[in-house]
Structures are given as structure tokens and as C-alpha cells.
Design a protein around this ligand. Structure first.
Ligand code: T1G
Length: 683
């Protein structure tokens, strides 16, 4: 079946691409479009060409699965070159999302008509790339360098309305796109409208603009190469001819597509989609209808979780223990929406509609109709068991009973009720309405139907879902506790707070370990560890944390923690060094100068080793799931692909060798290399 077809009706040729699921510009599509344009160009009497797509969207870009393979002609640039010489008006009829190469294809057309709900964008930066088929040269010529760079660096698509205001779109279709596109073509023919090649336009800009733009984005794009390349390519559009500018774009694109950063980000693109695929769960697995949601507990997490569902206009009943607590919860949720309106993310009217779906109650019988109940009460097993027992008696038989616990044993929780098959973990990350990751924890009894429903829900509320088995800390927090253990031990061994944080920040983490602990509150971890038996963690590594909290230093919220805070100024808290020396003596740890490399490898290789153990034990379904979790939950730099992808890039054998060295110097209680990691190294 050809992926490109052509129909010619009185003077108008309609070329349709049909390459499910997203009309990616695979070699077959490029070849088909090229041949169709040649055939149509050779026909007399054709006076306008419409380029459109079947299925759910206009072309969503180059076929990412083709990257890394030798390019096959016609490449996208070759197709664009051919289109730039067409002398018949070319009209792109866009629905869904015209992204990357798909949008570049549309920019090679002379006119663009968009469906009202359509979006266009250049998300290549999310793959560690820049537009590689003329986007960095044509878009600035059409909308100016500032707007063009904003779109290219943010990678965010713009709506049809915005596209119209930017003159990217000539028309918005109000009826059916097909009819409106034909009518537009007839108009163009009747009015003898000209060929409008964007490549023939000119664009100028003050060179200082690019320098300032680079400074403006520096903090957000720290470590990423693609944004810098994008600025170079767009600058070339203002200083060189179109042909020369294309060469600059191509050179920068090739460097990126062959480089480690794009390979890492393409790995994550597919990993995030793979994570939602669970063996045994497919489109034939029954799913439950979720029409009403109940949340137990209106704390920060409960309110954040509620917002995810209110955003989708699902009725949410939030239960708290008193009218005052209900009122506090309502205020929290109202504040969340208030700030979204202030930031222009939603309108006042949308806020009202979402808040109208919220009901607060103190009575359990008010949630008896809920299809999904999520408890987000205090992180204590007894408290959670009581809630589950109550839910077991009031919730309807098909209700999914979910817990937001971040590390407690769900199998034990489920054992307290008559329907363990309905129990699942939905572990949101704070702030729950913003953080993209959702760990879905399946117990020994969770039914396929409940799991399939949770996966569908995650997609509906826009979360990246990763399925985890039951273990302490599941995937994210279990790995994070190992990373935190090494950072804590390094302080006792002689590393400074600022040195550890600088090394981890320079590695690409959003912030150092101790800066993060001060921000989140050191007491959170101290309290969580009170629930863990001492043999399950290294008490020495967290002795300073406990002592600081005991002395009232809980982090930013108390004005001091690992650092003291004086306005924006933060300096290492001298008490930390005193405690480090005291505990080093107590634990008979010999202090010594510690290199930056050891700090990085001790912390990052601890993540890698624990991540492979999590896969080995079957807690995670696959290594790429662990990468998705640790990049989404803790900001592991996406340009390194995640801890386990990074291990592959630096060499499994090197990692195993270093882990064995650490085992010799620090004992093998924690430094026993994962068997799976050893096997990977052996391969
Ligand atoms: N290439 C190959 N496969 C793709 C693809 C692509 N561009 N986009 C999506 N898929 C697959 C995806 O893996 C999944 O497969 C299925 O389609 C549905 O995707 C030269 C170099 C379009 C907004 O970055 O953002 O053009 O899991 O689950 O949630 O300058 O897909 O079913 O087997 O995400 O409805 C630029 C990437 C490429 C767009 C739809 N384009 N795609 O979201 O479905 S680089 C992009 C998306 C480029 C040029 C440069 C989303 C979507 P499977 P999905 P969705």
C-alpha cells in the first residue's frame, strides 16, 4: 500500500500522505512525495497542489527510528530543495501536530491552512537536535529571529491561532479542512496568487541579539549543545545567503545527530513510550471507566493529585478529617489554580470550570460512588491500613483503591482488605500537579484490569508512567537513597558540602545533593528513615542529617541546614564539618582529601548499580524504565540519557571495575556489583 497518493480534480492536485501512526517522514514517504510532485508538475492544467495527511495528524517529523542509519535519497533536505523549485502554488493543509520535519515541509509550501485545533512546532531540541531541513533558515525569514528562536529553543508547538498571528498560517479552517483547503486553492487560482518562497525572503538582526539570547537561556539549557547550535544556525540566516545558511544548519545538525547527547535524548524519547508497554497488558485488556475520583487527605500531595484530575474536568471529592481541614485544602487548590491563571497557563473561566468539579467532605459515605480512590495520608503504615479498611467497607466493589505512598509495602497494605486485586500504587512526585513522572506500583495481587486502567489514566492526565514492583522506595526513591548514602559518607570521609554539590551540579544534576535536601527539608528523609530497619540503610551516611534536624537545622524552611541562608547568599553551615569530624571519629573513618572524580563516580555509579539491581530483581520491567524514572523524577541530565544509558556510554566494564575498587575500600555491603551489570560488561 503506497504511503502517498494523488488525486487531481479540475486544476487542483491533492497529494495525501498516509503513514500511520503519525505520518513520520520515512524514506517511503519522502520518495512518494517527491515522485508525486514530479508527476503532478508534468501534468498540464494543474494550477494548485494541496499537500495533506490522512489519519490523526499532519507529518510529526522525520522518522526518528531512521536516525543513526545511512541517509537514503531523497533525504528531507533534497525533498525541500525540489519543493523550492515548484512553480505551481503549493498549499499545506495541516491538522493535528505538524512538528519538526513536518512543519519544515509546510514551510516549503507557499501557503498554509490549519485546522483550528492544529499546532505547529520544531521540537528537535528535545531530541538533542536542531531543525535539519531548513527550519532554522525559513522560520526566521517568516516570523523574525526572536520568535523563531523562541520556538526552536523551547521546542514548544504554537496553536493555530498563534500561527495565524505570526503569519505562519494564512487561514484557519472552520469547517472540514479538506473542503476549506480546496476552496482556498480555488481562490488562489482565481486570484492568480503568487508563488511565495520563504527562501527568497531576507532576514536581518543585530548580532548583539544572539549574544543576549544565549545569555538569557544559559541557565535553562546548561550542558545542552543543541540550543547553542540553533543560535549559530539562525544567526547564519541573518548574515549569509539562504544556500550558505542551509550549509551551516546541515553542519551543526550532523554534528548533533552523530553526537552522544542526541543519542541519549532519542533513547529517552522511545524509552518513555516503551515504559507504558507492560507485557500481558494490551489494547484487548479490559479497562475500568473512571468517572469520579476521590482523594483521601488534603495535604500538599493530596491537593496536587486532585488538580491532575480537576484539570481534565473529572469530578473530585476530597476527604479530610474536619471542615477546617477541608477549607484549608480548598484554599490550597484554589491557590494552585490562581498561580496558573497568573502565569497565563489557563484562563479565569477554565479555572472556575475546574474548581467547580471539586467537592470537599469529612464523610466517607460521600466517596462510595468513586471509581478511583487515592489515599495521600500521612506516611505511616498503621494510618494507611486504617484508611484502606475504611475504604474496603464504603467504596463500591469495582473501585480502584490506590495509595500515593512513596516507599511503604503495598502488599502489606493490601493484605488488610477483602479486595487486594483492586489495590495499586500511584506514586506522584511533588509538586504532584507539575512533576511529569507517575510510578505505578503493582502489588502481588493487582489485577490486569486495574493496572491497564492506571496506565490509561496516566496518559489521560499527561503523566509519564513507569510500572514498578514492590520494594523499599520502588525505583526512584530506592535509587535516590543510594545516591544520598554515598554523598553522606563522602562528607564523613573528608569531602566538603560545597565540593559534593559542585561536582554533581557540574555533572548535570539540577542541583547538588545537599542543596536539594535543604530545599525539600532534611527532616523528610530523617522521618522516613525512622520507618526503616537499620540493616536496610547505612546509618553512618545519614548521621549528620539526623543531628542537623535534631539541632533545628531542617534546611531552607528553618533558615539553615547543610547551608546557612542569608537572603540569596548561601554558605556551608560550619556545623556540618564539625559533625563530619565528630562522626568520622565515632565511626573510625579516616578523613582524607577526596577528588572530584571520586565524588562523581561514587554517587553516579551507586545509582547505576542500584538501577541494574532493580531490573535484575524484576522491580523494573527494563533498564530504559529506570532511565525514564531517574531523569523525570530527579532531573538526571537528559543529554546523558539516564543512569543506565550513561553506564553503556562510559563502558560497563569500567563501571564494574570501579565498583569492585569501591568494594575493596568501602566494603561490599553496598558495593556488590549487580549480576546483570556484570553480564553487560562481559558482553
Ligand atoms: N518518528 C518515528 N516514530 C514516531 C515519531 C517520529 N517522529 N513520533 C511518534 N512516533 C511513534 C511513537 O514512538 C509511538 O510509537 C507512536 O508514534 C505514537 O506516538 C529533520 C530531524 C506526534 C505529539 O520530535 O511528539 O523532524 O510506541 O505515543 O502521545 O528537522 O509522538 O506506538 O510504537 O507519542 O499521540 C521531530 C515526536 C523529529 C515529534 C504524538 N518530531 N513525536 O503524540 O503518540 S526530528 C518530533 C511526538 C525532525 C527535522 C528533524 C508525539 C506526537 P509506538 P506517541 P502521542
Amino acid at each position: 500500500m503506497s504511503v502517498v497518493s494523488t488525486e487531481i480534480n479540475n486544476e487542483i492536485a491533492v497529494i495525501t500522505i498516509d503513514n500511520p501512526p503519525v505520518n513520520a517522514l520515512s524514506h517511503a514517504v519522502r520518495e512518494g512525495v517527491s515522485r508525486a510532485l514530479q508527476d503532478v508538475g508534468a501534468k498540464d492544467g494543474v494550477r494548485a497542489i494541496i499537500l495533506c495527511c490522512a489519519g490523526r495528524t499532519f507529518c510529526a517529523g522525520a522518522d526518528i527510528s531512521e536516525f543513526g542509519k545511512p541517509p537514503k535519497s531523497p533525504t528531507l533536505p533534497e525533498l525541500m530543495e525540489q519543493m523550492d523549485h515548484i512553480t505551481i502554488p503549493l498549499i499545506a493543509a495541516i491538522h493535528g501536530t505538524a512538528l519538526g520535519g513536518g512543519f519544515e515541509l509546510a514551510l516549503c509550501c507557499h501557503y498554509r491552512i490549519l485546522e483550528a485545533a492544529a499546532k505547529v512546532g520544531l521540537p528537535e531540541v528535545n531530541l538533542g537536535l536542531i531543525p535539519g531541513a531548513g527550519g532554522t533558515q525559513r522560520l526566521p525569514r517568516l516570523i523574525g529571529v526572536s520568535q523563531a528562536l523562541d520556538m526552536i529553543i523551547s521546542g514548544k508547538p504554537v496553536s493555530a491561532e498563534k500561527a495565524l498571528s505570526l503569519k505562519i498560517a494564512d487561514r484557519i479552517s472552520q469547517n472540514t479542512l479538506e473542503q476549506d483547503a480546496l476552496a482556498f486553492a480555488e481562490e488562489i487560482i482565481k486570484d492568480y496568487r503568487p508563488i511565495r518562497r520563504i527562501s527568497a525572503l531576507d532576514v536581518k538582526a543585530d548580532p548583539i541579539f544572539f549574544e543576549n539570547f544565549g545569555k538569557k537561556i544559559a541557565s535553562k539549557t546548561r550542558g545542552f549543545l543543541a540550543p547553542i547550535a540553533a543560535i549559530e544556525a539562525v544567526k547564519a540566516a541573518t548574515t549569509q545567503s539562504f544556500e550558505e545558511g542551509l550549509k551551516v544548519e546541515r553542519t551543526e545538525f550532523i554534528k548533533l545527530v552523530e553526537g552522544p547527547q542526541s543519542k541519549a535524548q532519542r533513547h529517552l524519547f522511545f524509552a518513555e513510550r516503551e515504559a507504558a508497554k507492560v507485557p500481558g497488558i494490551d489494547k484487548n485488556t479490559a479497562v475500568l471507566d473512571i468517572r469520579q475520583v476521590a482523594i483521601i487527605g488534603g495535604g500538599i500531595m493530596g491537593c496536587g493529585i486532585a488538580v491532575n484530575f480537576l484539570n481534565k474536568l473529572l469530578p473530585v471529592t476530597l476527604l479530610e478529617i474536619s471542615p477546617e481541614a477541608c477549607e484549608t485544602a480548598r484554599q490550597k487548590i484554589t491557590e494552585i489554580y490562581g498561580s496558573s491563571v497568573k502565569k497565563g497557563r489557563i484562563t479565569e473561566d477554565q479555572k472556575d470550570k475546574m474548581l467547580a468539579q471539586l467537592t470537599l467532605t469529612c464523610a466517607y459515605h460521600d466517596i462510595s460512588d468513586a471509581d478511583l480512590v487515592i489515599e495521600a495520608v500521612f506516611e505511616n503504615m498503621d494510618v494507611k491500613k486504617q484508611v484502606f479498611e475504611k475504604l474496603d467497607s464504603v467504596a463500591k466493589p469495582t473501585a480502584i483503591l490506590a495509595t500515593n505512598t512513596s516507599f511503604l509495602d503495598l502488599n502489606e497494605m493490601a493484605s488488610a482488605i477483602s479486595r487486594p486485586q483492586n489495590v495499586i500504587g500511584l506514586h506522584f512526585f511533588s509538586p504532584a500537579h507539575i512533576m511529569p513522572l507517575l510510578e505505578i506500583i503493582r502489588t502481588d495481587h493487582t489485577s490486569d484490569e486495574v493496572l491497564a486502567t492506571a496506565l490509561k489514566l496516566a496518559k489521560m492526565i499527561g503523566k509519564t508512567a513507569v510500572v514498578s514492583g514492590v520494594c523499599y522506595g520502588f525505583i526512584a526513591n530506592r535509587m535516590s537513597s543510594c545516591y544520598g548514602r554515598e554523598a553522606g559518607l563522602l562528607l564523613l570521609e573528608g569531602a566538603g558540602v560545597e565540593q559534593v554539590d559542585r561536582v554533581l551540579y557540574d555533572f548535570g544534576m539540577p542541583m547538588g545533593m545537599f542543596t536539594m535536601l535543604d530545599m525539600a527539608g532534611i527532616d523528610i528523609g530523617v522521618m522516613a528513615r525512622e520507618n526503616i530497619s537499620p540493616e536496610n540503610y547505612d546509618q553512618r551516611a545519614f548521621a549528620i542529617h539526623a543531628a542537623l534536624v535534631k539541632a533545628g537545622y531542617k534546611g531552607q524552611k528553618t533558615g539553615a541546614g547543610f547551608y546557612t541562608y542569608d537572603g540569596q547568599q548561601k554558605t556551608a553551615n560550619p556545623m556540618v564539618n564539625e559533625l563530619a569530624q565528630k562522626f568520622a571519629e565515632e565511626f573510625q573513618i579516616i578523613r582524607r582529601p577526596i577528588s572530584d572524580q571520586e565524588i562523581e563516580e561514587r554517587c553516579i555509579f551507586a545509582l547505576i548499580n542500584e538501577g541494574y539491581k532493580i531490573v535484575e530483581e524484576g522491580i523494573a520491567l527494563r533498564a530504559s524504565d529506570v532511565d525514564v524514572v531517574f531523569t523525570a523524577a530527579f532531573g538526571f541530565p537528559r543529554y546523558r540519557g539516564g543512569p543506565l544509558f550513561y553506564a553503556e556510554q562510559i563502558g560497563f566494564d569500567y563501571v564494574v571495575r570501579k565498583i569492585n575498587e569501591f568494594a575493596k575500600t568501602h566494603g561490599d555491603r553496598w558495593w556488590r556489583p549487580s549480576k546483570l551489570l556484570i553480564n553487560m560488561a562481559a558482553k
